[in-house]
Design a protein around this ligand. Structure first.
Ligand code: GTP
Ligand code: MG
Length: 353
């Protein structure tokens, strides 16, 4: 039986302005079962699946706007136009999920944020998956008490949050999360029970999974979604020049959806990205590295972190952030996941890295 977390039952679809019971039935048949799930739809796609002569993109747009309106009225979503103090209030609902490495958390301004997509890019072995594993172990304890749900008899109960881990490279290792949790004196058995892992083998499967993610977010009361990596399948399947535009369009759609989910469900989304090497001619024979996926991925992410190897350590650079300066942090990878190697220093202080 599908259990929908009571966190998402506060407003029912019947309460959406101007909605008919016939439309509610249609939506349920399409497996759209909550106001949240309707609010994250795109008008074009909804109009296509409903495929009714009287229901065009405009009607779909109105319906979705009404779903958003009722979430806004219930102060779950911010208004289309919000005053800056409302925005500040919305930001006060943000949770930050830490890695347990205090330098890395300072570098992130407190941790991986909800309502945002954080991209971690870097070459093979640079530590992208290790950061994701460390985050899985460390973040769960912070999700323990941050949602207060009404249970069936109306009283409030603490509902533990969970993590959805979408693995396109088959590199998630439960025993690694167990080891990290154990080293951090956390409770590995409890942590593993709250990580919902899914292996994905094709770009199409990934896109379908992202389409359906709202149901899983509600079902598992997820607070963090990790996609490791967002690009590998699309990169492998759309390799020719002629297919680049389609690949970018499909990546863009997925990122758009993930951004909507992050915002509406107040969840953190962490994606990893690969790199491409390029030569700019200034240093003959030397290749630079940059994140793959071009502008689509760059603009789709709220924060972009670039990793590189530095001897036996790693250096993370905050390449793009709406609120933080360009900065770097050094870390290492050990039995307890990612960990500090030096006391925290600013970019200028570390200019020799
Ligand atoms: P790709 O997925 O290949 O692009 O790389 P990635 O950036 O995800 O690399 P990943 O996070 O898997 O880092 C791999 C590196 O982490 C290895 O080369 C090891 O140096 C280090 N590592 C992984 N597990 C452990 C561990 O249990 N202990 C220690 N000390 N290091 C580890
Ligand atoms: Mg990896």
């Amino acid at each position: 039986m599908t259990h929908i977390s009571s966190r998402f039952k506060e407003v029912t679809m019947e309460e959406i302005p101007d909605i008919t019971s016939d439309m509610v039935d249609k939506l349920r048949k399409l497996n759209i079962n909550s106001v949240y799930q309707l609010a994250v739809q795109s008008p074009l796609e909804l109009a296509m699946v409903i495929s009714n002569a009287y229901f065009d993109v405009e009607s779909a747009g109105k319906l979705i706007a009404n779903a958003r309106k009722i979430l806004t009225e219930n102060e779950i979503l911010s208004k289309d136009f919000s005053t800056a103090d409302d925005l500040l209030e919305k930001r006060s609902k943000i949770s930050k999920y830490t890695t347990g490495s205090s330098n890395f958390d300072t570098f992130l301004n407190g941790g991986f944020e909800t309502q945002s997509i954080t991209e971690i890019a870097g070459e093979f072995g640079s530590g992208k998956s290790q950061i994701c594993h460390t985050l899985c172990a460390a973040a769960i304890t912070l999700m323990e008490n941050d949602s207060l749900d009404a249970n069936d008899n109306g009283s409030k109960q603490r509902s533990p949050g969970s993590i959805i881990f979408i693995d396109t490279e088959n590199t998630f290792r439960a025993n690694r999360v167990y080891q990290i949790a154990e080293q951090k004196n956390l409770e590995p058995e409890d942590i593993l029970k709250r990580i919902y892992h899914c292996n994905v083998y094709s770009s199409e499967q990934l896109e379908l999974l992202v389409d359906d993610l709202p149901k899983s977010i509600e079902q598992y009361n997820a607070k963090l979604v990790v996609v490791d990596s967002i690009i590998s399948l699309h990169r492998a399947e759309f390799s020719g020049r002629g297919t680049l535009a389609e690949r970018q369009q499909r990546l863009g759609k997925m990122l758009n959806k993930l951004r909507r989910y992050a915002d509406i469900y107040n969840i953190a989304v962490v994606i990893t990205n690969q790199v491409i090497s390029y030569a700019d001619g200034s240093h003959p024979g030397f290749d630079y590295m940059k994140a793959a996926g071009g502008n689509i991925v760059a603009h789709g992410s709220t924060y972009r972190i670039f990793l590189r190897k530095s001897g036996k350590n790693r250096v993370a650079t905050m390449e793009d952030s709406p609120s933080q300066p360009y900065q770097r942090v050094k870390f290492s990878i050990s039995e307890s996941g990612i960990q500090d190697v030096t006391s925290y220093k600013t970019e200028e202080e570390n200019s020799g890295w």
